[in-house]
Write a protein that binds this ligand. Structure first.
Ligand SMILES: CC(C)(COP(=O)(O)OP(=O)(O)OC[C@H]1O[C@@H](n2cnc3c(N)ncnc32)[C@H](O)[C@@H]1OP(=O)(O)O)[C@@H](O)C(=O)NCCC(=O)NCCS
Length: 208
């Protein structure tokens, strides 16, 4: 009897191969992956992250900022320090960060998350190669800085990069603080920082 009462309220589900659930336009929309979505990453996203890293870094230099176990480590320990940009469910760009508790980055900061720290250390920003030069890297960085504003303990963001990317990060609001103490093989880096607390006006308007 319970089933009989409910049955007329539930329309039959007709699956269309092209659109998922057929029916009214609103029903179709609900079952279509969002065109564009920003969200923190989880360990389940590690494979997608590494695929982008493989193309962006390993194919270029044989090396990459975070290997699979390190990606999983940070996404397990501090997923709130990451941000992914998904288009129709597919990861197209991401940032992975962790907290750091010293003024400057050190070799140790590459592998550690210090929960009491006030610095968001950006380990890696990468955009899938087919989506580069469309403003996505800059927009994701901007969204990430907004996201950090919601975490009251974070006072600044810090990163290290090769010289050719310094102007990109400066255009995004970072300031060069000097040569970085960290080296990876023969590569040396410049360290940049960006205040986060000074963006309190964003916190008021960001819904966090
Ligand atoms: C660097 C990166 C994140 C930029 O993302 P993007 O979406 O392509 O960047 P945007 O479209 O927002 O901005 C383009 C700007 O990025 C800079 N840029 C990107 N790649 C560059 C490169 N190889 N050399 C120099 N500048 C570069 C330039 O300033 C460019 O502006 P321009 O075309 O006016 O010179 C992206 O190219 C990428 O994923 N590269 C591989 C991974 C990487 O190097 N990550 C950064 C170190 S962790």
């Amino acid at each position: 009897p319970e089933n009989q009462r409910l049955y007329p309220l539930i329309p039959p589900r007709i699956l269309s191969p092209a659109w998922g659930l057929a029916g009214s336009p609103s029903r179709q929309r609900r079952h279509t992956l969002p065109a564009s979505e920003f969200r923190c990453l989880s360990p389940e996203d590690a494979i997608g992250v590494f695929e982008i890293e493989r193309e962006a870094f390993i194919s270029v230099s044989g090396n990459c900022p975070l290997y699979m176990d390190e990606i999983r480590y940070f996404l397990t320990l501090c997923p709130e320090m990451s941000l992914g940009w998904f288009e129709e469910g597919r990861l197209v760009a991401f940032i992975i960060g962790s907290l750091w508790d010293q003024d400057r980055l050190t070799q140790e900061s590459l592998t550690l998350h210090r929960p009491g720290g006030h610095t968001a250390h950006i380990h890696v920003l990468a955009v899938h190669h087919t989506f580069r030069q469309q403003g996505k890297g800059s927009i994701l960085l901007w969204r990430y800085l907004q996201h950090l504003c919601c975490q009251s303990s974070v006072r600044r963001a810090a990163l290290m990069c090769e010289d050719f990317l310094v102007s990109f990060y400066e255009k995004c609001g970072f300031r060069t603080v000097g040569p970085c103490a960290v080296s990876v093989g023969t590569l040396s880096f410049t360290e940049l920082q960006c205040p986060v607390q000074g963006r309190a006006f964003l916190r008021r308007n960001s819904g966090c």
